[in-house]
Design a protein around this ligand. Sequence first.
Ligand code: NAD
Length: 499
Amino acid sequence: MNSTPQAVDWQASAKLLQPRQQLFIDGGFVPALAGATFDCISPVDGKVIAKVAAGDARDIDAAVISGRAAFNRGDWSRAKPAHRKQVLLRFAELLRAHCDELALTETLDMGKPIADSLAVDVPSSANCIQWYAEAVDKIYDEVAPTGNNALALITREPLGVVGAIVPWNFPMIMAAWKLGPILAAGNSIVLKPSEKSPLSALRMAELALEAGLPPGVFNVVTGFGHTAGKALASHMDVDGIAFTGSTPTGKLIMGYAAQSNLKRVSLECGGKSPNIVMADCRDVERAARAAAYAIFFNQGEMCSAGSRLVVHESLKDQMLEQIAKVGRELAPGDPLDPATRLGAIVDMQQMRRVLGYIDAGKQDGARLAFGGAQAREASGGCYIEPTAFDGVRPDMRIAREEIFGPVLATITFRDEAEAIAIANDTAYGLAAAVWTQDLDTAHRMARAIRAGMVYVNCYDADDITVPFGGFKQSGMGRDKSLHAFDKFTELKTTWIELQ
Ligand code: NAD
């Protein structure tokens, strides 16, 4: 495309797109051994865009055998870090070179606006791969301070074959957060993308092979959670399982690991994050705009969404008024139109779930401040208006349960202690934000809040250099930053007695 593509251009490209739809095992595309497929339906318009292989336990087994053979061969696992760096840098470049195709795939598959897929999902995935590539030949191991009669080396080794199970809200980025450190450390990976968004992972694996990754190092098995996902997490020859998804599934994954081979488990799970606006917040308009994007960006399908607006009672009306203004700007539109800021909900099931929570809010006595309805029904796709509730009590379902849609619950408080109590009154602990102009308040609250990420006077500020993950039932272990290597390496002590 020469000039900036418009909706019609993307619609034309969508017709030409030929998504990969078979499993990617041992460096090639293969059908599921049982021959099963499932329909991949676009939430943009409800149409089938691919018939994707439905892998099961036998396909997982084939992928693990391939990953193990590659690991034992050593052409990746024992390759010099500088070599792994070069291959992964090429992989990142190929992702960038195929930005339009990958962005279109992502938008058609899970409904996010093409503007976001282009500006966020593809570049951020490529950046993640590049960052771990660049890191891997700059990390040194350790020598322990044992004294003169010994030399004790503390070294890191790859785990072996790592399974990664990821969700549908940022299919490429969630995969890249696993791929980057897993591959850079020298492991093999078997990736199981969500059945709701299986397409981009298959293309990523193909591009990684083109970049020079040896066959079998990166396998993709598409399929359902209770079949392919369970088989991967239960497999006796998988050394680690890296999961991103809901908390109930995360609990199952721990069980599978416990019941099989005690594989290493890391979990990035759900959230119900408080966005706290103190009475001294200096710029209410800015805080309101950030609060709106914190819950409406990516159709609210964000683990770290600021889904609870915890606001001082003196600022509540002003905040809600400003958030409603942004909400009106974010009316759902055609995801293939570059002007669209809010796209489709991933599928009918998720749309019904979100609408169910909107009903629950009304039943439990919260006041619908704006939105609340399905939108663009004539498109055949899945759309929901940006929605906010006022008068929410901390015990209501919309204040306690992760909705994973564009629905904001507004709760008021009178003083700092009450704000902290509300913020921490949750099973989750992923993210939180505090808006205040007082440095002492900011630090006090950041310390008091039980969450993996606390933002001050911003929301969802992000960079690959900082860890991402949660306290409590939001999971264990961290994605991003150098800390992610902890999950995908074993520590070894080699003690040499000196004569
Ligand atoms: P989900 O738990 O339904 O599915 C996630 C993945 O697990 C999918 O690939 C699915 O096929 C698989 N799966 C489902 N059941 C399984 C089973 N029994 N055994 C093995 N695998 C199984 O979650 P979702 O609806 O795809 O994603 C939304 C959730 O992901 C939200 O809770 C969100 O907060 C969370 N999430 C967390 C983070 C984070 O970094 N903390 C990031 C993004 C999304």
